[in-house]
Design a protein. Sequence first.
Length: 291
Amino acid sequence: AKQSGGNRYFMFDPFKDQVARAERTALDRLQQALTAGEFELHYQPKVDMRAGRVIGAEALIRWRHPERGLIMPGEFLPLTEDTDFSVTLGEWVIHRALSQLDAWYRAGIELCISVNISPRHLQQPDFTQGLAALLSAFPELPSRLLELEILETAALHDTAHAAEVISACRRMGISFALDDFGTGYSSLLYLKHLPADTLKIDQSFVRAMLDDSEHMAIVKGVIGLAEAFNRKVIAEGVESVAHGSALLELGCALGQGYGIARPMPAADLAHWLATWRAPENWQQTKEPPPH
Ligand code: C2E
Ligand code: MG
Ligand code: MG
Ligand code: MG
């Protein structure tokens, strides 16, 4: 009897069951939050540090919880990762970002918006058709104003599918960035097959580059790689003016980070756009030396 009890315990692990139940409850709560309109997008500017010009903004999701206040994506997105809800939420994000983009465009603010796509969403066989359907609701909006950010690691997971999606979307005028670039630790050969427009250097390397020569080497490496493959390169995690200056020296003009602007609600962006000036010493930076 003892033994079978042990076996039974092993087969019906109550802890695992509890975890699964808790995850389902949390997911139900997220579904409810979507219906209740508790999600919102904030926008973080991306700038050309050399030209002192704003090139676009990245849409970042937040959950305005009625009791807990603003919750960051790191706290709830992981729960959705392997579920169909991440596709539902992804579609909501795209639609919300396009509505905002359309509103800005009509108001004469011609800004490019970047939207993060979850790995699960990207993997959908009909991703491109879904995107085309969402875009068709905004017939006046030039699709070149939309950029999609996909994780380098997700693109690597199924390079053939990712390459197909990127090519099909680029034919519709949409551009692509490989996000958190450098964290995939992969053979660089695959880059040949992924027609993404931009490499987005992961912020962990950028943030540490001034104090750590190995991180600096990785940043230099990605900038060189982008050049060799004829792609654009942008640094995320530009936390200070000094980070920006160092990146400009290395030949990376595009940047995003707390040192430029934090993510902000859509309503605050127009004011930010009207008042932002690049730091003096960025604009004095000469063109990078020829390679
Ligand atoms: P990400 O796409 O790499 O976005 C950059 C994250 O770094 C954002 O965090 C941003 O607020 C933060 N950040 C920007 N500049 C700096 C800086 O200078 N220093 C530091 N320490 N952090 C900086 P956030 O908004 O918490 O988003 C975290 C991640 O969640 C994003 O990383 C992205 O992978 C994911 N995410 C956010 N919104 C969405 C979304 O709508 N859909 C999907 N699928 N993923 C999203
Ligand atoms: Mg991103
Ligand atoms: Mg990133
Ligand atoms: Mg990230």
